[in-house]
Design a binder for this molecule. Structure first.
Ligand code: SF4
Ligand code: SF4
Length: 427
């Protein structure tokens, strides 16, 4: 029911609020029961996707006091970190910033996103320090030995995103594909969770503001403001959360044909504080625009919508190893951006914990070991033509995003997640 933020918080506190997930909203709309949305107080929204604008700030001891004057250069699992801003002179302590898109100098398919997940999985990271005096130190350090480890988003949770095609004549390597992107608009990739996306439900930032409590990778965190490249038409958010509380399955690295990228997830409660939010909640995938970009020029060459890629598509990629005909080598092992597939002694296996349900395996495998309806974008150009282009890879994981909306709903209802009214508007 449309109410003020404080009225809704009081209802939540009393256990009287109607809290439903964005997926449940969509089911009500689809079944012709939109009128029941007026009873809703809070809708839980989420997105999980490749989010390049991610960095960690880490601070931890690496040696005893007076072991070295200052660190000059540092690598974590072979990934170069930015040293500072604090010099920590003679303390034996490092302050570091690590980019989610940084690449390991030693392992081609390992980057900042992989490192963040490894740390959250409590794996030790190898730290190499080059000191001011030219000495080298090494240590193995885990997350529990890092008193300060926060993950930040400088540009996260776009109000949905875009589809990509390669309109050129040559295949290109790009962060928007995990293989060479085939030319002449033969295939499409996309990002965006459609109707369950947080900013789709609050596009004018009426309820989301500075200080809004969120779940980032499963950990409680806060919105800091809008992010880089945010605009009124295409807003996005910046925020942070403590890595010690994060869930590994919500994050990780994602290998593209231009190197490793970083996955993050957000879940955001939207209190129904305006008629605009109430109306936007009901907007289905089919009514959410998805611009189609050429990866070469990064210009919009036409429009599609999120109904093309989520309505009648499978969220889950089915796996049936009995269909395997034993190609040598298995091309899916190389193509899988999560490293989730193995093929050993003619036995193919998939890690459920790692799988992002991107669908690329269903595109690559000739024998239906992996199957998934990925849909096709209907590219509408300014000239009025419509071209159907098959989706071959998704860079958003709506399956896990839906689970996140359910998790947030559960936590709000049982009182373990306290919604926080923003301290300042950012819209
Ligand atoms: S591509 Fe498919 S059929 Fe071929 S080895 Fe891999 S899983 Fe088996
Ligand atoms: S859907 Fe297929 S290609 Fe994508 S992460 Fe899962 S196993 Fe790998």
């Amino acid at each position: 029911m449309v109410g003020s933020y404080s009225e809704i918080l009081e209802k939540v506190e009393r256990g009287e609020a109607v809290v439903i997930t964005a997926e449940e909203v969509a089911e009500l709309v689809e079944s012709g029961e939109s009128s029941r949305l007026s009873e809703v107080d809070v809708v839980t929204t989420a997105t999980r996707a490749v989010m390049s604008g991610t960095y960690a700030v880490l601070s931890f001891p690496v040696a005893g006091p007076a072991s070295f004057l200052r660190a000059k250069r540092v690598w974590i699992n072979g990934i170069a970190a930015q040293v500072g801003p604090c010099p920590n002179e003679n303390l034996g302590v490092l302050d570091l910033v690590v980019f989610g898109t940084a690449h390991s100098r030693d392992r081609p398919n390992y980057g900042g996103g992989h490192l963040f997940r490894d740390l959250v999985e409590r794996k030790k990271a190898n730290i190499e320090v080059e000191t001011d005096e030219g000495r080298t130190l090494q240590a193995d350090v885990g997350l529990d030995e890092m008193p300060h480890a926060r993950l930040f988003g400088s540009r996260h949770a776009f109000k949905n995103y875009s589809a990509f095609v390669n309109a050129g004549k040559e295949s290109v390597n790009t962060i928007f594909h995990s293989r060479g992107f085939l030319p002449r608009c033969r295939e499409a990739t996309f990002s965006g969770c459609g109707q369950i996306n947080p900013l789709k439900n609050d596009p004018f930032l009426e309820s989301i503001g500075m200080g809004t409590r969120i779940l980032m990778n499963g950990a409680e965190g806060f919105v800091m403001g809008t992010g880089t490249r945010s605009s009124k038409e295409r807003p996005n958010l910046s925020g942070f959360a403590d890595m010690h509380q994060m869930a590994a399955e919500q994050m990780g690295g994602f290998v593209t044909s231009a190197g490793p990228e970083c996955i993050c997830s957000w879940a955001v409660p939207i209190p129904v504080i305006s008629k605009t939010i109430l109306a936007e909640m009901a907007r289905p995938d089919r009514d959410i625009a998805m611009p189609v970009n050429d990866v070469n020029s990064r210009t919009v060459i036409g429009q599609a919508d999120y109904g093309d890629v989520w309505t009648d598509a499978d969220l889950l990629v089915e796996f049936d190893p009995d269909n395997c005909t034993g190609c040598t080598p298995c091309p899916v092992v190389e193509a899988c951006p999560m490293g989730a597939v193995r093929s050993e002694e003619c036995q193919v296996s998939r890690s459920e914990a790692l799988c992002f349900h991107c669908g690329l395996c269903a595109t690559v495998c000739p024998s239906a070991v992996f199957s998934c309806r990925l849909g096709a974008i209907r590219l509408k150009t300014a000239a009025g033509s419509v071209k159907s282009i098959p989706v071959v890879l998704r860079q958003s994981d709506r399956l896990r995003a839906i689970k996140l909306t359910e998790e947030l709903k559960r936590r709000i209802i049982n009182g373990s997640f306290r919604m926080a009214e923003p301290v300042e508007r950012i819209g």
